[in-house]
Structure formats: C-alpha cells, structure tokens
Write a protein that binds this ligand. Structure first.
Ligand SMILES: *Cc1c(COP(=O)(O)O)cnc(C)c1O
Length: 378
C-alpha cells in the first residue's frame, strides 16, 4: 500500500483587504501594471518578447538618465541587483569602502564581505548623511577599488548628496556603486551626468510595480573592471557577463525571464515616461511637502532635518508615551493603511511613511493625516 500525504485543510481563497500601501515598499501598484501582468505568456525567446526586452531597456535608460548599453532588469528583488553589483565589482582582496548611513548600507557591507572584499565600513548617525571629508579621509586610510553608497536610505529617510563623493572616489581610483532603490522614478537621479559607475534599483518602490524585477546599469569604468576580472564571478545566477548575453545581441539562454514580471515592469516604465521624469519628481516633492506640513499641524515631527529629508520616504518621530506598534496596527486594521516601523537603531522610535510612485497622491496624505489625528487624538 502506498500512502499519500493528505491534502492540507484550511487553505482559504485569496481575498485580501484593499490596503493602502504607504510603507517602505511595496507601494500601491498602478492598476495598469496589474493588468499588464495578466497578458498571456509568450516564450522567452519569442520574437515579440525579444522586442519587448529591447523596448524595456530603452525605457530603463530614460528612467536612469543614461546611455549605458549595459542597462537591464535583473530577475529578482532589489537585493538581487544589489548582490549583482557587489558580486561583479568586488574581487577577492579588493579594497571596498562602504558608506553605511543605515540598514541598507550595512547590507551592502555584508555582501562585500561575503565576496571577500577587504571592507572598511564608515557609519553616521541614522537620519544623517555623509560629508565628503569623511569619505576622503576613509579613502586615505583604506585605499579602495569600490565605494558603495545609498542614495535614498529607506531605513532612515535621509537623502545622501552624491556628486562630491563620486568625484572624490573617482580621483582616488575607485568606482562607485549607488543604491537607488528608493530614488529611481521618485527623486532626481542622473546616472550619466552624475557619473555613477553602477546604479541599481527595485521595481516596488517609486516605480509602483510588484516586487520581482530590479534594474541595474553599468558605465564604462564598471564594464572595464568587469572585463578585467581575474576570477570568475562566484555567483552563477547574477554573473552579469552571462546575463548580458541574454539581454544583449546574442540572446543566449541563461535563465527563463519571468515573463509576467517583465510585462509589468515594462508598463511601469511606460507610465514613468508618459508622466515625464521632471513631472514625477515634482509630484513627489509637492506631496512630501504637503505631508510634512500636515504632520506639524498634528504636532508630529520628522526625524531628518529638512535639507536631507527624502521625499519618497519620511521617518516620523513617535511621540513620548505612544506605543509605536499599536498605532501601526490600528492604522492597518481600522483604516486599511500600511506604514512601516523603524529598523535597527530607529526601532520603536519612528514610523516610516512611503509616498512612492502611485502612492504619492494628495488624497492618500489627507487620509493618513486624518487617521493619525484620530488615533493620537492630536
Ligand atoms: C528595499 C530596499 C532594498 C532591497 O530591496 P528588496 O526588493 O527588498 O530586495 C535595497 N536598498 C534600499 C535602499 C531599499 O529601500
């Protein structure tokens, strides 16, 4: 007699509450993108699909503001693109400087160590940003081939100025990896003009697409470093030389592209292009200001000083004598609004409110402020 493991019981139908996603990601998905994702599948080497890949790359170059040929979406979430950047750029023994102003900077450092870079980490208080002197000092004491830095630190709500740090790194002979997961499509980012060597992002933050695709672009210096590698990339799935052969002219099979994710990502990029980057940046700015002003009116304050405050993610200080998780669960259960809690150093001290992509709308802000006011009786 063969026995069979029985069918599990209690597997309910998918029937979810219509949440308003105002946390650190995913953001609310534009219905157009959800529709695009239900388009019938094509084979991943179908001429139609291959054409769609080309168009996706063109739109991605626009979003990144780059002419880099090497501009592709990685199959995986933002951390996959982060790991692709590190795995391909860091060779064992390479000096690597990681500027960690928060949780995601520390994740970069962890990855650089796993790929056996000779890693130095500099930190700053969570909610602040690095000054160029701190980077130049660190590079003097720790000569580096790679500098990693986060543009929009989703864990702290701080926006890191990049231009001077990039010049300093280049003058010291290093290439720069910029994490733009929470900036692409939300705040100004010019990969070519800012001379960024490797830049990556994710689909579910300011692009308002479901998680699952993560774009990356490599400039000339980065491609040279990749070509000059003495050792092969110790990660098969994310070896960009091989991934590029699939996205490039050769179309050599590497892995099956997640077709439906590419459909959605393509639509998300079309929406960015339709709105126009400048308009999109302005919308994020205007709505962030509306939110920040509204917070003041209900006696709440922001954790980051205005000059470095990130439009796409605001860290709101939790007032004394308020139970942070209780407010968050009331928002979720009574108002269907998701916001994030603090991470690491900021755990219990802040709420993280994302106004990203499709979520960055006036009506959402008014609703969230009203809900907070009701809950806190402010
Ligand atoms: C969300 C995020 C990531 C990681 O992306 P996942 O999609 O969660 O893998 C990396 N960096 C920053 C700044 C992020 O906000």
């Amino acid at each position: 007699m063969t026995t069979i493991i029985p069918v599990p019981s209690n597997t309910p139908e998918l029937n979810v509450s219509p949440r308003l996603l105002l946390g650190p990601g995913p953001s609310t998905v534009d219905p157009r993108i959800l529709r695009a994702q239900t388009t019938p599948l094509l084979g991943h080497l179908d001429p139609w699909f291959i054409e769609l890949m080309d168009h996706t790359q063109e739109l991605l170059r626009y979003a990144f503001q780059t002419e880099n040929r090497f501009t592709i979406p990685i199959s995986g979430t933002g951390s996959a693109a982060m790991e692709a950047a590190v795995a391909n750029m860091v060779e064992p023994g390479d000096g690597v400087l990681v500027c960690a102003s928060g949780y995601f900077g520390l994740r970069l450092a962890d990855m650089a160590q796993r790929y056996r870079g000779n890693v130095k980490i500099i930190t700053c208080p969570w909610g602040q940003v690095f000054k160029e002197e701190e980077v130049s000092e660190a590079l003097k004491s720790h000569p580096s081939k790679v500098v990693c830095i986060v543009h929009a630190e989703t864990s702290t709500g701080a926006k890191q100025p990049l231009d001077q740090i990039i010049s300093i790194a280049h003058a010291a002979g290093a290439i720069v990896i910029v994490d733009a997961v929470t900036s692409l499509g939300g705040i100004p980012l010019f990969v070519d003009r800012q001379d960024i060597d490797v830049c990556y992002s994710g689909s579910q933050k300011c692009l308002s697409c479901p998680p699952g695709m993560s774009p990356i672009t490599l400039g000339e210096r980065a491609v040279e470093k990749l070509t000059a590698r003495k050792t092969s990339v110790p990660n098969w799935y994310l070896d960009l030389k091989v991934v590029q052969q699939y996205w490039g002219k050769e179309r050599t099979y590497h892995h099956t592209a997640p077709i439906s994710n590419v459909y959605g990502f393509y639509e998300a990029l079309r929406i960015v292009a339709e709105e126009g980057l400048e308009n999109r940046w302005q919308r994020h700015r205007k709505n962030a200001e509306l939110f920040w002003n509204g917070l003041t009116e209900i006696n709440l304050s922001c954790h980051v000083e205005e000059k470095y405050r990130l439009e796409s993610l605001t860290t709101v200080r939790v007032p004394e004598n308020v139970e942070e998780p209780i407010v968050r669960s009331l928002l979720l259960n009574e108002y269907n609004i998701e916001v994030g809690g603090g991470l690491g150093e900021l755990k219990g001290k802040v709420w993280r409110v994302g106004l990203m992509g499709y979520s960055s709308r006036r009506e959402n802000i008014i609703l969230l402020l009203a809900a907070l006011k009701e809950i806190l009786k402010n």
